[in-house]
Design a protein around this ligand. Structure first.
Ligand SMILES: Cc1cc2nc3c(=O)[nH]c(=O)nc-3n(C[C@H](O)[C@H](O)[C@H](O)COP(=O)(O)OP(=O)(O)OC[C@H]3O[C@@H](n4cnc5c(N)ncnc54)[C@H](O)[C@@H]3O)c2cc1C
Length: 387
């Protein structure tokens, strides 16, 4: 293939959604990934698809994404595992009730269908396996969840059918800039010259940006993820909690996939069967089981299929960067999704594609500017309401 108009770095949800949009706009596209589709955050994820709990700046993206999700499988011609079964965010004490009360007030004012449930019977009707000690919950019936690997695979398949070239198992080692443009992309196998580079490399974004004199201030905490063996249908919505220290959903396979809050991470990762793997500490696994079991009492009795660590790319304001890299015309970055970039992928990928093609972005990107952290040394954001 001749030089691509756009080289997309990263075959997670952001990169593949961007690639499809670019191909459909008539661009010659190559998508490159060091490991393979959904090898990092887009495989580690809980994969909740939610509007509830979103930052006001991200809510329009989440609303636009949820408008697409129900038709996505038909559009992509392959399963996404999407289920619009709602999001139930639980309060376990008085302080959490107040957090949810404020959330519901604010998000209803912003137009979201979100209700505060204070009667336990109403909550148990939605999720029968819950502990009777739950005090209240916010309920968003239009939220849901999906199968992340199936979704990324579906996007990639459609992009390839549209003409995208896919180079998996190839690592971008560096970008060469000259005169305010990227003039070359050096991989572990070759040099690529692309019209524009769209970088969606997740937690590794700064290894590409720092040699160019730029960086996004990122904290990279770990989230412990556990998965049970298949269970009879017991949980339709995604469960979250007011302080974001756990979340849970039941996959369509019947497996429960549950997550902890964010914890400090040593930074060590190794490859298992060609996939990057981060390992949570025993203590975090035990804490996660205990915390989930407080709200879903029969969780502790389920057989475990597996567990893993998921690493987040947490920015200081827990919002992503979707922008040109300052001073480099043909380099667009979409990263820093801070633990909630899966559900909005059908919108953030195309927004990055808009920038790569020089089109006016279809939604406002002011809150996601690269330069907003200028002068900031460290990332201080707490994990917002994930799940
Ligand atoms: C435990 C956990 C739970 C989460 N829960 C939710 C949730 O419920 N809802 C939600 O919306 N979001 C959730 N998220 C966040 C969401 O999963 C991520 O924001 C999203 O998947 C990020 O997608 P991405 O495409 O930007 O990055 P990634 O999926 O990380 O993809 C980046 C890709 O770039 C490749 N790459 C990196 N560097 C290079 C290089 N130099 N050369 C070649 N390739 C490279 C990597 O191999 C990787 O495949 C969660 C995340 C985690 C970890």
């Amino acid at each position: 293939m001749s030089a691509p108009d756009v080289l997309v770095i990263g075959a997670g949800i952001t990169g593949v959604a961007a690639a499809l949009d670019l191909v459909q706009a008539g661009a010659r596209v190559e998508i490159i990934d060091r490991y393979g589709p959904a090898a990092m955050a887009s495989g580690w994820t809980l994969a909740g698809v939610r509007q509830s709990g979103r930052h006001p700046a991200e809510l329009p993206l989440a609303l636009a994404a949820v408008a697409q999700w129900p038709e996505l499988a038909a559009r992509l011609g392959a399963e996404t595992g999407y289920r619009q079964d709602g999001n139930l965010r639980l309060a376990r004490n008085d302080a959490e009730i107040e957090i949810l009360r404020a959330l519901v007030t604010n998000q209803r004012a912003a137009g979201l269908d979100l209700t505060l449930l204070t009667d336990l019977d109403d909550i148990i009707d939605i999720a029968p396996g819950l502990s009777p000690r739950i005090r209240a919950a916010s309920w968003c019936p239009t939220d849901g969840h999906a199968d992340p690997v199936a979704t990324v695979t579906a996007y990639l398949g459609k992009a390839v059918a549209g003409g995208a070239r896919v180079s998996m198992g190839e690592s971008v080692l560096g970008l060469t800039d000259r005169g305010g443009r990227i003039t070359g992309v050096r991989t572990d196998q070759r040099m690529i010259s692309a019209g524009t580079v769209l970088a969606a490399p997740g937690i590794d974004v700064n290894s590409l940006l720092e040699p160019l004199g730029h960086a996004i201030p990122l904290r990279r905490p770990i989230v412990t993820v556990l998965r049970s063996m298949p269970q009879a249908q017991m949980l339709k919505p995604v469960l979250g909690v007011a302080n974001a220290n756990m979340a849970a959903r039941q996959e369509i396979s019947g497996r429960l996939r549950v997550t902890s809050g964010a914890q400090d991470w040593s930074g060590a990762m190794d490859l298992v069967d060609g996939r990057p793997t981060a390992r949570p500490r025993m203590r975090l696994v035990m804490e996660t089981i205990a915390r989930i079991s407080e709200v879903l009492p029969n969780f502790a009795e389920m057989e475990i299929e597996g567990f893993w660590g998921g690493i987040l790319d947490l920015t200081p304001d827990a919002l992503p960067v979707i922008d040109h890299v300052p001073g480099i015309d043909n380099l667009v970055v979409a990263a820093g999704f801070s633990g909630h970039g899966f559900g909005i992928g059908p919108v953030t990928g195309p927004l990055a594609a808009d920038l790569a093609l020089g089109r006016a972005p279809r939604l406002a990107l002011d809150a996601f500017r690269f330069g907003r952290f200028d002068g900031m040394e460290t990332a201080e954001a707490a994990l917002t309401l994930h799940g």
